[in-house]
Ligand binder design. Sequence first.
Ligand code: HH2
Length: 281
Amino acid sequence: MNIWRTSRFAIDLSRPRVMGIVNVTPDSFSDGGQFASARDATLHCDQLVAEGADLLDIGGESTRPGARTPSADEELARVLPVLRHALTLGVPVSVDTSQPAVMRAALDAGADIVNDVRALQRPGALDAVAAHASCGVCLMHMQGEPGTMQAAPHYGDVVRDVAAFLAHRRDAALVAGIGFERIALDPGIGFGKTAEHNLALLARQRELVSLGSPLLVGWSRKSTLGTLTGRAVDQRLHASVAAALMAAERGARILRVHDVAATVDALKVWCATIAPEDNAP
Ligand code: HH2
């Protein structure tokens, strides 16, 4: 599937797309507090688009282990002003949320995509997205909840288990009336997974691509890259770009990243050196 249908855009996925991360949170794991004010976050949106972001992802809840869950009102107060600005920039905009009330308000404001790390499992979430005629949705895998998910992640076969979960959640979305071409899937790197689990998901990523929906992945600055390189979170640019390229090489179509300019450059080199048929998902 080479198109991801969203509220305003049918996103062409014949080449990998870069989704720039905009965290309007005081406590995100990699850039916590840096863009917490609406003004800083809107400037950050402008900068990421200028650097070549194909999409923007705006989040008002940190999923860092131990982060406090904001109320829907708090999350909306963070996200809506930034969303309204981002919607003027000519790129699709997703809102990273699990709360149905936030989904509904964001979609009413014109958001193109709902990005849910809980794969629309909260009561009312499926209905909030299904009620919209055409928005896109990203369904992500997470084992457990952010507060405790890294305590003792356990799988039979992590790639098969994640694939089965994603297929199951996609089925639930289809039954709720969300069209197939509106759905992207995400293995949820770092969400209830050890470094070994995350690396298996990259090594065998083709098994997830073969589910037939666009695959979105977020390796940017994640702790597995710290484990591999011994580097702190603000020193993981090179490892993040390497992981993004590997993911693209293995069929991912949307790369969720903090460092847009570096990822865009790397992808330009990669795209220029492959035949179009190699690039087919
Ligand atoms: N990762 C994070 C948040 N949202 N959404 C999707 N679809 N995929 C991901 O891998 C993903 C995500 C965590 O990263 P970040 O937004 O930088 O941190 P925080 O959750 O602490 O704000």
